[in-house]
Write a protein that binds this ligand. Structure first.
Ligand SMILES: O=C(O)CCC(=O)C(=O)O
Ligand SMILES: [Fe+2]
Length: 377
């Protein structure tokens, strides 16, 4: 495998309003070397890098000027589209095949009752809050293998990842994390860089949702946790099937908004939007996009976590402690990843069995059956 530095694809792209392509597509006879997969001890498996032709298509698109949507307490920039349809569809297939996903289950306490909540979609997350940063990739090879986590103030190592240790961490700062914080792999870092360039914002977390079909959803909530700062900007990219993004004002019930989000579209939510509005992707009995019925959808949100608590929260609710899922092309569905350790197999057997009720009173429920306000769970 060629050792072309991954970092050559990571260079921060300067903000630009130019509508012209910025990279020259490779000619037939000089196709660039493929970038090796991103590997890191915190990953359950190597994560493939974007094929150079797809990378070029993503970066050279002359995107139309976005439109602004403003309502009381709401500021959204709508890039329609951010990536052209065929490119976005390739990206959708690529990410669905190559990212590790989780179907997280967690418990919440309501009075004396402990309730098990099953997240009604697949999720995954990469990144770390602003108090820490990952050391740069290897200068010569671009490899991630030895990337460690450093304290932003002191530049001292907080976690040096070791292939031989379990995927838990003993670091005081991140002791509430269900797994070790994971650096953003090349395929998502590239997208983050393009979104940052076009929006003029910076992000340190990439959260991915995979809605397998029209029955997967996210309940009404707002991404207004204090660990994101007072008026967080959140950029949200949609790939695959069109799904309705519903919004409603937290106080004024007459204020609502429905945005069908389609393949390749990006919304950037800003200002008071998270503080004042809720949003959701409701279940549907059927979705039809083009000739495609009840297809899947990937949503990627780019966020900036300001506080340490953000990291524990995001890994708990988007990775959890259950099995890893990967896309199976033959079966056309997510299946439990076979390369898992004995420990995760045991957890997966417990989670998929019927005996997960923690106390006599507990009952299972789906997130979709309740409104979770103020927290994205
Ligand atoms: O899938 C979407 O468009 C929304 C996802 C979302 O709201 C979230 O991840 O917090
Ligand atoms: Fe959200």
């Amino acid at each position: 495998m060629s050792k072309r530095p991954i970092s050559s694809f990571f260079t921060k792209l300067p903000p630009t309003s130019s509508k012209k392509p910025r990279l020259t597509p490779p000619s037939q006879d000089e196709s660039p070397d493929p970038t090796p997969p991103t590997t890191h001890p915190s990953y359950p498996h190597p994560i493939s890098s974007l094929p150079p032709p797809l990378l070029t298509l993503l970066d050279t698109y002359a995107r139309p000027t976005p439109r602004s949507i403003t309502k009381t307490d709401l500021e959204i920039t709508f890039h329609q589209p951010f990536f052209p349809q065929p490119t976005a569809k390739s990206l959708y297939c690529f990410l669905r095949s190559n990212l590790p996903f989780y179907r997280v289950t967690y418990t919440i306490k309501r009075g004396d009752f402990e309730t098990i909540v099953k997240t009604p979609r697949y999720t995954t997350v990469f990144g770390v809050d602003d108090h820490s940063y990952f050391s740069p990739a290897d200068k010569d090879t671009g490899a991630y293998d030895n990337i460690s986590l450093l304290n932003r103030k002191t530049d001292k190592t907080l976690l040096s990842y070791d292939n031989n240790t379990k995927n838990t961490n003993n670091n005081e700062r991140y002791k509430s994390c269900v797994c070790r914080p994971r650096p953003i792999p090349q395929c998502l870092e590239v997208l983050k860089n393009i979104v940052e360039r076009e929006s003029g914002e910076t992000f340190n977390f990439v959260l991915v949702n995979y809605y397998a079909d029209c029955g997967d959803s996210i309940t009404y909530h707002s991404d207004d946790e204090s660990f994101l700062g007072p008026n967080p900007t959140i950029a949200s990219l949609s790939l695959g099937t069109t799904r309705d993004f519903l919004m409603k004002h937290k106080e004024d019930k007459s204020l609502t908004l429905k945005l069908p989000l389609s393949n390749g579209e990006l919304i950037v939510m800003k200002g008071p939007t998270q503080r004042k509005w809720l949003h959701s992707i409701p279940k549907r009995s059927q979705t039809v996009t083009g000739g495609w019925t009840n297809g899947g959808r990937i949503n990627i949100t780019f966020r900036k976590g300001m506080e340490i608590a953000c990291t524990g929260n995001y890994y708990k609710y988007n990775v959890g402690s259950g099995p890893v899922y990967r896309w199976d092309d033959g079966k056309s569905e997510m299946v439990v990843y076979e390369g898992e350790t004995k420990d995760t197999k045991e957890i997966s057997a417990i989670a998929s069995g019927s005996g997960i009720v923690r106390n006599g009173e507990g009952k299972e429920m789906s997130e979709g059956s309740g409104i979770v306000s103020g927290e994205r769970k």
